[in-house]
Design a protein around this ligand. Structure first.
Ligand code: KIV
Ligand code: ZN
Length: 514
């Protein structure tokens, strides 16, 4: 790769998944990975294989499905983590192991309870072990933003010697200021004797809203890999947003002496897919991918844009994939056309029964909504929950009555652990009544943290996409549901969230105690 190429390392499937409630199934990860591959992302971090059997299988499935991007697995600097990552990545065309250990005084003393010498020794050992699986090894100094410069230089020099090709400098807690962080990268490149043998990478969190600014400052100072996520998803306030980094580098080519290899027209479709799967809506004023990012409300702006686009627009909406909304299927489309389009979107059905069930849902959607877009298909598949046949709760029937001056009422039939139960309940509105009816059967003891409705496409016949976030005993999940009827979409979303919270989870967090 030439010197002026900026490597885009996407960690939506790993750090993005660490957002409370954003966990994804294996099939969902494969769909997102295929979309990232289509966008020509260089490296896809698919997960943390040792976290659980499900995480291992998800990384393995991504490794087997993606051909053009490098697939990466995260591992703490521990033999067992590295072996698990190496195993999960076996089927990949091109694989990377990303191993890390904390280097800041506070993390070494309080979390790891290790001396600096022990940390260097463990880092070197981890890189050497990872090299037994792949030539492409990345080393991260966790909490580099608060680490001592001399110590960072020492660790990085040692891991380059041990075979690391990429050195990642995470601002794990989002503490850095752009000028300091840029300077840190410059100093590291100047002071480490073998720095020329490795690529410097940055990984910034957004706690102070500076993740993108810090990443860009690092790029100006010679970093040649940026770790980022779609929609800025990620732990706490999130990671640097891929779309903002990529479009800043492209739009301000006068400032950055590097380019990415991305097909930027895939940005908006990918953003919508991630939002649909994780249930994290995109705020309307979000740069690049927000619904208002290219909308001109004030008359003065509209007039200017109509006369000459560049008076108020620095990018073209079509360059980031807006206005790609085209009808792909309709009422008369057959099973083959349906299957082919889904395969193009990275969705493959394991069995004919799954395909038949999804096709039946498509037909009933096409009866209500004549033009079907890719976003509708994505939502339909998310709704269908491929691989979710073991879910405990299923919605069989729902009827709501809502009229002026009367208390709304919902009657429904649910299947809970295979047994059908009927109930009706009243509520402040039809959604409230439906949720109360579901609660009276499931008695989950959860707290509702968020309820939001968005339209998937435009027009009043659009499907409503509902997100429900629930919490129980510190465990947070997001549920999604979509339908042209938003009350049904809401019930589906609530049931989806309940199914997730009722499923046992044994996942380890990569940055928890070792
Ligand atoms: O934020 C962080 O430090 C991380 C590391 C695991 C790279 O996510
Ligand atoms: Zn992180």
């Amino acid at each position: 790769m030439s010197e002026d190429r900026l490597i885009i390392f996407d960690t939506t499937l790993r750090d993005g998944e660490q957002s409370p409630g954003a966990s994804m199934t294996r099939e969902e990860k494969v769909r997102i990975a295929k979309a990232l591959e289509k966008m020509r992302v260089d490296v896809i971090e698919a997960g943390f294989p040792i976290a659980s059997v499900g995480d291992f299988e998800a990384v393995q499935a991504v490794a087997r499905s993606v051909k053009d991007s490098t697939v990466c697995g995260l591992a703490r600097a521990l033999d067992k983590d590295i072996d698990r990552a190496g195993e999960a990545l076996k089927g990949a065309n091109s694989s990377r192991i990303h191993t890390f250990i904390a280097t800041s005084p506070i993390h070494m003393e309080r979390k790891l309870r290790m001396t600096p010498d022990q940390v260097v020794e463990q880092a070197v050992r981890a890189v050497k072990r990872a090299r037994q699986y792949t030539d492409d090894v990345e080393f991260s100094a966790e909490d580099a933003g608060r680490s001592e410069l001399d110590f960072l230089c020492r660790v990085f020099e040692a891991v380059i010697e041990a075979g690391a090709a990429t050195l990642n400098v995470p601002d794990t807690v989002g503490y850095a200021m752009p000028h300091q962080y840029g300077e840190l990268i410059r100093q590291l490149r100047e002071r480490i004797p073998n720095a020329g043998k490795a690529i410097f990478s940055v990984h910034c969190h957004n706690d102070l809203g500076l993740a993108v600014a810090n990443s860009l400052s690092a790029v100006i100072n010679g970093a040649r890999q940026v770790e980022c996520t779609i929609n800025g998803l990620g732990e706490r306030a999130g990671n640097a947003s891929l779309e903002e980094v990529v479009m800043a580098v492209r739009t301000r080519a006068d400032v950055f002496s590097c380019t990415t290899g991305l097909d930027t027209t895939q940005i908006v479709p990918c953003s919508k897919l991630v939002s649909n799967i994780t249930g994290f809506p995109v705020q309307p004023n979000k740069a690049i991918v927000g619904a208002n990012a290219f909308a001109h409300e004030s008359g003065i702006h509209q007039d200017g844009v109509l006369k000459h686009r560049e008076t108020y627009e620095i990018m073209r909406a079509e360059d980031v994939g807006w206005s790609q909304n085209r009808m792909v299927l309709g009422k008369h489309s057959g099973r083959n056309a349906f299957r082919t389009r889904l395969e193009e979107l990275g969705i493959n059905f394991a069995t004919e029964e799954e395909l038949n069930a999804a096709f039946a849902s498509f037909k009933s959607l096409a009866d209500k909504k004549h033009e079907i877009f890719d976003e509708d298909l994505q939502a339909l598949v998310t709704n269908q929950g491929i691989g979710a046949e073991n879910e405990r709760i299923k919605l069989i029937f729902l009827k709501v009555c809502s009229e002026t001056g009367e208390t709304p009422n919902a009657s429904l039939v649910l299947s809970l652990d295979g047994e059908e139960r009927s109930v009706s309940a009243e509520g402040g509105g039809p959604v409230d009544a439906s949720f109360k009816a579901i609660d009276s059967i499931v008695e989950s003891g959860t707290e509702l943290l968020l309820y939001s409705v968005n339209n998937i496409t435009t027009g009043t016949d659009s499907q409503g996409e509902v997100t429900v976030r629930l919490e129980r005993g510190g465990h947070i999940v997001n549920g999604q549901g979509s339908d042209t009827d938003i009350v049904i979409a809401s019930a589906k979303a609530y049931i989806n969230a309940l199914n997730k919270i009722l499923a046992p989870s044994d996942r380890a967090h990569p940055q928890g105690n070792v």
